[in-house]
Design a protein around this ligand. Sequence first.
Ligand code: TRP
Length: 448
Amino acid sequence: MNDRLRWIEPPPDASRATFAQDVRAGLEAQPPRLDCRYFYDAAGSELFEAICALEEYYLTRAETEILAEHAPTIAAGFRQPISLVELGSGSSRKTRLLIEALLAAHGSLRYVPVDISRTMLEATTRTLLADYPALEIVAVAAEYEQGLAAVRSVDDRPRLVLWLGSNVGNLHRDEAADFLRRVRDGLAEGDRLLVGIDLRKDRATLERAYDDSRGVTARFNLNLLARINRELGGDFDLAAFRHVARYDEVAGRVEMYLVSTREQMVRIRDLDLVRRFAAGEAIHTENSYKYSPAEIDRLAAAAGLRVEARFEFHESVPAGLVAAQAPGPGERVPPGSPVLLTISRGRAPTPTPVPPTPAPTPTPTPALAPDEVIVPDLIRLPEAEAMRRITASGLMTTYNNYQTVDQVAPEARAFFLSVPPGHVVSQIPAPGTRVKKGTRVHLAIRKE
Ligand code: TRP
């Protein structure tokens, strides 16, 4: 199996500061800061995976949906087997969608994941090789810059470079353009770059995504202090720092901080450093820049790139607009039937629960076309069973919404509470709708 796996581990760049040097410089600075590249040790990489699975962290869901929909088109843009280079590959979970499409299109593929967590890379390459017998992997355990240089030297095939996860947002806007320009300089005619960029959006959605209700993001941020304790003999009291995420609307960025909850002294043995923190003093740990469509154009132009295609995913409809209706448009229903509208709160679609519809009075309808199906009634079914029936009917599943009673319109609460947790409270399109095969069915599931 190992003839399909090669490792590249460039020696650490002697001109780059070490973790110890960066921590010292960051904590001696006023205001203090810590570099976000140090989030991703083994523990941090794992916590980040947990962030990606959070309901509030819509970014992973959006990218997955985009790749699920467009991977075949992206693959069809290349005529021969390519190298798929991924900057910051992490678990490579979303990338599987592209890997599968590229293998289907060309029969073989070289995947070149670049990641700073060697543990993460080892785990992912092992499972990818087992899952895809036609896949060859060149694993690069390095930071972006060194990784890119290494990639340039090994590779002769056409390339698709991936930079997902809104990682571009972790650089200042001008740094992002400079970095993309350097990536571009390493590309040949016909190579392509696919970048995941998060759009500017409302504050509530953003702040929730970076400060989730289960505190996973807080633990991820605090892991930076834990890492200093582990690797540099620090004595940070993790309970005395608080995770804060706030959106600066003018700058268009979510800023992350670790805020000292009291006056305290912190000692870092290996740095021979003692740092006093005032109550309320904040260590800046990360920015996540959001882009308007015009800012994306400017970024591409500044990097010397031409935008060939944009794939947008809008989970949210602006607040106050109708996000969905049941029965769906064009449906035949008896006169006087109720029409339920879901008014967007500007976030993930939270369809108003549709009460079970009484058996409709038969109306003559034209016969189903061969590519049409009738959406089954999934209301009150357990989630897994509903998902099974969606695929069994020739439709597609998607990410479901998990709702609590306070997310539901007052007039729908009694119905909502009559459905057991873990069961379907509403679906779009509504039961009985005739739709094209392959249509995605959104479910709302009662959470608790
Ligand atoms: N690239 C990710 C983003 O900007 C990184 C990230 C997600 C992150 N959640 C975070 C960084 C919380 C720090 C804290 O979305």
